[in-house]
Design a protein around this ligand. Structure first.
Ligand code: SF4
Length: 406
């Protein structure tokens, strides 16, 4: 049964919209990606045109991705919540002397992975602060006791533990060098880094990234580019509502599209909405409206029609149907064993509940690996050892080895 929110494209009259909007939507319906100028027009459409934009984006999603929506059963491993940056919206980051500061020990990583495997997880998400060893002497000592000089060295060891326990790692450790990514490619199914925004304005005094040197857009674009040169399946995305303009949202998506056009390595784009949290510098800032999130999803779908477009369901729990209508085809990682440590106040939905919502809207929810199947078929995108790990892993119900070329 088709859902109540997804619009019937036939009920919309393209002839009644202005020529620029009409040209953009007709181009999308003809099977071509819109360009950045058209995206700037569409993301600023008046509210009464939003149903039309969603109808076209939903239609393109169904043509390119069918009526399947995926998620990755995962365990979230916050290897360390120490971080040298201070983003204005973050509650994950701690300093070593703060309550809740935590660096996982190898035994804790192993125990968490073993429990997660027993609970049906496949992905081990290594998500941590950025370069804490550059900021904190006590953390450097912790690393030395563990036998490592850098965080990435230690993460590599944690990934090896996850593999031994039958999970497939996906690491988001902030900015990494080419050499660090080369190391982690050997023990990861895929890597990730949120671009967040291309706007250097947000690094100015008082901005959300003023005290976050690793949020310099040029550096993040450089890392994403180098991941492409290294043929690493890569997850990235944009963060909505931290002070960027509508045009800057489009520029961020267009920058990702350009890198993907060159290297073909972007496996998914996350459209993540800012959540205002108590005791942060941005506690009193407005969160993006639900329609703005839907617009950004729709424009991402039309800029990159074949891309996997993801929105975190725990950050928009009342808007799941709207996100489906806007053109997503993935919900990202959901964990039956850990919370979202970056957004601990936002529980993930139960898979059965999410599946029921998808079903009511005419979609089938299925699990996936932390890398998308298309990258298994592409020479060079997977380290041979990782390929062997994937071949031997116990896949979740609903995923079969037959889906993957060897
Ligand atoms: S958002 Fe990431 S980089 Fe920024 S302070 Fe938090 S952990 Fe550090």
């Amino acid at each position: 049964m088709r859902g109540i929110i997804e619009m019937d494209l036939g009920s919309h009259e393209l002839g009644q919209v202005d020529p620029v909007t009409r040209a953009a939507l007709e181009r999308a319906l003809a099977g071509r990606a819109i360009d950045a100028a058209q995206a700037r027009e569409l993301i600023a459409l008046p509210r009464d045109r939003l149903p039309l934009l969603l109808a076209v984006a939903g239609h393109v999603r169904t043509i390119r991705k069918g009526r399947t929506v995926t998620y990755s059963p995962k365990v979230f491993l916050p290897i360390t919540n120490l971080c040298r940056d201070r983003c204005g919206y973050c509650t994950f980051r701690k300093t070593p002397d703060e309550p809740g500061a935590w660096t996982m020990l190898p035994e804790e990583v192993r125990r968490a992975c073993r429990g997660a495997r027993a609970a049906g997880c496949i992905e081990a998400l290594m998500c941590l602060g950025d370069k804490p060893e550059r900021a904190f002497r006590s953390y450097r000592q912790t690393l030395a006791v563990l036998g490592h000089a850098t965080t990435i060295e230690y993460v590599e060891r944690c990934c090896a533990i996850a593999l031994e326990e039958g999970l497939l790692p996906h690491t988001n450790a902030g900015l990494m060098t080419r050499e660090e990514m080369t190391r982690l490619k050997r023990v990861n199914a895929s890597l990730g880094l949120m671009l967040e925004t291309v706007s250097p304005r947000l690094r100015q005094t008082g901005g959300p990234h003023h005290r976050a040197p690793d949020k310099e857009p040029a550096l993040r674009l450089q890392m994403i580019r180098e991941a492409g040169e290294l043929q690493i399946p890569f997850t990235t995305g944009i963060l909505l509502g931290i002070g960027e303009t509508l045009n800057e949202r489009v520029e961020s998506l267009a920058a990702i599209a350009e890198l993907h056009e060159t290297y073909g390595h972007i496996q998914e784009i996350i459209i993540q909405n800012f959540r205002a949290k108590p005791a942060t510098p941005m506690a009193a800032e407005d969160e993006p409206e639900r329609e703005d999130v839907a617009r950004a999803v729709a424009v991402a779908r039309l800029l990159l029609p074949d891309m996997n477009i993801q929105a975190p369901p725990n950050l928009s729990p009342y808007d799941l149907r709207l996100l489906l209508a806007a053109g997503i085809n993935d919900w990202g990682g959901l964990s039956p064993v850990t919370c979202d440590f970056v957004n601990p106040e936002a529980p993930w939905p139960h898979v059965a509940m999410l599946a029921a919502t998808c079903h009511e809207e005419g979609f089938t929810l299925v699990p996936r690996l932390p890398l998308y199947a298309e990258y298994l078929a592409r020479p060079g995108f997977l380290d041979p050892a990782m390929r062997a790990s994937i071949a031997s892993v116990n896949l979740p119900r609903g995923v079969s080895h037959a889906q993957f070329p060897t």
